[in-house]
Write a protein that binds this ligand. Structure first.
Ligand SMILES: [Zn+2]
Length: 313
């Protein structure tokens, strides 16, 4: 056995694999040989308990918990030895400890799947059942968008705003807020819920993409979790969002706050959970002062903020 493993590394690897020779803990020479071989030595059979066999740390399958419903999220750990993982077709970001965050869009299908590709070539699939929500639908006996769409002049102003929002949400920072239990940015009357939608003579309008909290104009609001400011429309309010603030929480998770009266942070700032970000206001397109809080994951999935926080105190 010793003779075989002392051959030139690539040849020895081939022989060992072909013969399924079991390494032994007391074979010091072999242990040294493995340490310098370029590729990991994978030997099938009863070698798993050998001291020379590297054992990746972590669970044998996905371990996770969270809100398994439309607009919800999970946090957990990938199986030991995972090279890459995804939720559906969405690649997951995995930290050095194998931890990850993933989320389910407002319209996510009930059958999701977590997939891990391991370094030894195996694939682990775990079905995830995403429970449907009963969204608040309001039927309106009027046509969608009466009087035509947006004017050319409006779109000239709107286009760069949309580009800025998209670019901000594409930013990947090293923020760690995704690990935290979120807190309310501000408490107050809920004046609009995530996911509710008007149906105009059978034609669905766009659904409400955030949670509206109405504590009164001038009330301070704070960071629900640690993050990095990726957009702060401090000077020129956006046409619809007004003074808009977007905070990246890491792992593709971010919060947007709309209609602020004032913003107290600038782009690039690192903020910590509970830090004041600005004052609730009525800038942009609103009917009254409120904070619209929306959460997105990977610039695609829209999430329900109510599923990130405990009930108000
Ligand atoms: Zn809103």
């Amino acid at each position: 056995m010793s003779l075989i493993v002392r051959l030139a590394a690539p040849f020895a690897l081939t022989l060992v694999a072909a013969c399924a020779i079991v390494p032994r803990a007391d074979d010091v020479a072999q242990a040294e040989e493995q340490a310098v071989t370029p590729a990991p030595l994978s030997v099938p059979g009863p070698s798993a308990n050998s001291a020379t066999e590297p054992t990746p740390a972590g669970p044998v399958t996905f371990v996770f918990s969270g809100e398994l419903t439309q607009g919800g999220w999970i946090r957990g750990q990938v199986p030991a030895g995972t090279r890459s993982a995804k939720l559906g077709e969405e690649p997951l970001v995995i930290d050095e400890d194998g931890r990850f965050f993933a989320a389910f869009d407002r319209d996510a299908s009930p059958d999701a799947e977590l997939t891990a590709t391991l370094v030894d070539g195996r694939t682990i699939r775990v079905p995830v059942s995403v429970s449907p929500r009963a969204w608040n639908l309001e039927h309106i006996n009027a046509p969608l968008r009466p009087g035509g769409g947006s004017s050319e002049a409006f779109m000239r102003r709107r286009r760069p705003e949309l580009d800025a929002i998209w670019a901000a949400r594409e930013q990947a920072t090293d923020a760690q807020g995704w690990r935290q239990d979120f807190i309310w940015p501000v408490e107050g009357r809920i004046s609009g819920r995530f996911g509710s939608q008007r149906i105009y003579q059978g034609e669905p309008g766009s659904y409400h993409s955030g949670l509206d909290i109405a504590p009164g104009a001038g009330t301070p609001f704070v960071a629900p979790a640690d993050g990095v400011v990726v957009l702060a429309a401090r000077d020129a309010p956006f046409s619809l969002e007004g003074h808009l603030l977007i905070i990246d929480h890491g792992q593709g998770l971010n919060s947007a706050f709309l209609h602020a009266q004032r913003l107290d942070v600038v782009e690039g700032d690192r903020v910590t959970q509970g830090q004041q970000l600005g004052l609730v206001g009525a800038t942009g397109r609103v009917t009254g002062p409120h904070l619209h809080w929306s959460i997105k994951w990977h610039n695609g999935a829209r999430l329900d903020p109510l599923l990130f926080v405990d009930p108000q105190s």
